[in-house]
Structures are given as structure tokens and as C-alpha cells.
Design a protein around this ligand. Structure first.
Ligand SMILES: [Ca+2]
Ligand SMILES: [Ca+2]
Ligand SMILES: [Ca+2]
Length: 222
């Protein structure tokens, strides 16, 4: 969709890795134009316990969709899940999401991968109209997802759909009262998020980092 020229020259980030990533970035930019309700990085940290609780409660949903109870959700199970949640993604879209979130490449969604996937679905599935208060019928969880989307928008100062190191430092500096260590904290947080070490953080990377910060990722390790 155009815009190829100049992308190479941009040091801030590479072109989106996939159609899915491009879509996520586009949706995030649109969302960013509405602004963020978040005032500081600290206010996000204060929300951690609530987010943690809400995501842990999602375990029941996960178990419900893990039909053969083998601890991970395969593509067939995921299709049933989408059907149940009335999320009408095409088979291709489901496969793309699945592959993007299957970070340990075991052909299944572990709990943390599933959470990230659902959050991406939440982002991509914009309300069809004013009546669409809930996108998936999971109100509590969706409220948590909205906080995460909002947090990302807060961090993405230039609204390009990615969080850069500079933006992370800026966000942490804004919210920490003069602490000398804030720069180091920002760097550490950033490095935890920038999984592929390309200097920018995608929403997906942000979500995976989040599942680690709140300790969701080790709920169920093989
Ligand atoms: Ca399963
Ligand atoms: Ca997996
Ligand atoms: Ca940015």
C-alpha cells in the first residue's frame, strides 16, 4: 500500500515484517490519534496487580478452549474459540495470528501466547458501530486489553505504531521524579521488550513483555 520509498532510509524501524504486523501498526496509529488516557508510566505500574488478576482469571477461558486439555490450544481449537467468541476472522487471518503468537514454535498457544493473541484480536476487531460495546463478550478482559492498548499509545509518542528507545526513556523520565536511575530503568524495560533487538518494540513484543512482568508466562512451563 505505497509508502515503500523512504522506509529503507528510516533508522527508527524496519518495514513491517508481515501483513499482520502492518495491520497492527495501522490500527495502532488510528487508535493513537484518539490519544491516551494514561498520564505516566508509574500509573501503568500501579495497574499491574489488577491487570495480573484479570489475565490470570482468563485461565478458565483458556482451559475451556483447550478441548483436549493438553495445555496448549492448536489451530483447530482456536477456530472453535473464535467461533464461540463470534470473531469472524478468515482462516488465513487465524493462521497468521497463530503463527505470530506461537513464539516457542510448538504449534500451539500456551497460556501467555493465547493472551497475547486475544489482545491482538481485541485491537484488530474494532467495534462495528456504536452499539458494539464489547468486541468479544469478555468485558473484564477487554477492559484490561484496553489498558494495554492505551499504555502502548502512551509510550508511542510519535504515533508511528512502534515504541522506540527514545520514546521509552521519555515516558519514564516524564513520570519519575528526578531519579537518576530512571534512564537505566527505561533501558532495562526497553531491552526486556525489544525481543528481536532491532531497536523498536511492536505491540506484540510489548504484550509478551507484559506477560513476563506480571508473571503470566511461567504459570505453565513445560
Ligand atoms: Ca489442546
Ligand atoms: Ca506455542
Ligand atoms: Ca514510536
Amino acid at each position: 500500500m505505497g509508502g515503500v520509498i523512504g522506509k529503507e532510509a528510516s533508522p527508527s524501524h524496519d518495514a513491517p515484517e508481515s501483513k499482520l504486523e502492518a495491520k497492527i501498526v495501522e490500527t495502532m496509529k488510528r487508535r493513537a490519534s484518539k490519544g491516551s488516557a494514561m498520564r505516566s508510566f508509574n500509573s501503568l505500574i500501579l495497574k499491574f496487580p489488577k491487570i495480573d488478576e484479570s489475565l490470570r482469571n482468563c485461565k478458565t477461558i483458556f482451559e475451556q478452549f483447550d478441548e483436549d486439555s493438553n495445555g496448549s490450544i492448536d489451530q483447530e481449537e482456536l477456530k472453535h474459540c473464535f467461533h464461540k467468541l463470534e470473531v469472524s476472522f478468515s482462516d488465513d487471518e487465524i493462521r497468521d495470528l497463530f503463527e505470530a503468537c506461537d513464539i516457542n514454535e510448538n504449534m500451539g498457544m500456551k497460556f501467555n501466547e493465547f493472551i497475547v493473541l486475544l489482545c491482538l484480536v481485541y485491537l484488530l476487531r474494532e467495534p462495528a458501530g456504536l452499539h458494539a460495546k464489547s468486541r468479544m463478550g469478555l468485558q473484564n478482559l477487554e477492559a484490561t486489553f484496553e489498558i494495554l492498548v492505551d499504555a502502548f499509545v502512551f509510550l508511542d509518542k510519535n504515533k508511528d505504531g512502534y515504541v522506540s528507545k527514545t520514546e521509552m526513556i521519555q515516558a519514564i523520565n516524564e513520570s519519575t521524579v528526578g531519579g537518576r536511575s530512571s534512564g537505566r530503568i527505561a533501558m532495562k524495560r526497553f531491552e526486556e521488550m525489544d525481543w528481536d533487538k532491532n531497536g523498536t518494540v511492536t505491540f506484540k513484543e510489548f504484550l509478551f513483555a507484559f506477560t513476563r512482568w506480571v508473571g503470566i508466562d511461567d504459570i505453565e512451563d513445560e
